[in-house]
Write a protein that binds this ligand. Sequence first.
Ligand code: SF4
Ligand code: SF4
Length: 82
Amino acid sequence: MIEHIEIEKCTGCGVCDAVCPADVIHMEPASGPVPVAGLRLTNLLPVIKFREHCITCFSCEIFCPERIVDVHPSVKNRPRPW
Ligand code: SF4
Ligand code: SF4
């Protein structure tokens, strides 16, 4: 399951959002002054919107050009349906 994005190193490229097959990650406008030094293409930053939908496919971690997405192999955090 996706655990964390090191947002302070993110460039806002949107690749993690584009490759996620479960629509977990959404690009959203950065609030206030752009807080990320490396942000260069857009003022959108990834938000882990629906963590519980993550299928632990590792695509976001593999394709992030900055290597800042952390996906843990465990699915233990997934809420039980009961
Ligand atoms: S591991 Fe796969 S399903 Fe989970 S957030 Fe990343 S791309 Fe989406
Ligand atoms: S792929 Fe990496 S650098 Fe690009 S928006 Fe996602 S977390 Fe940021």
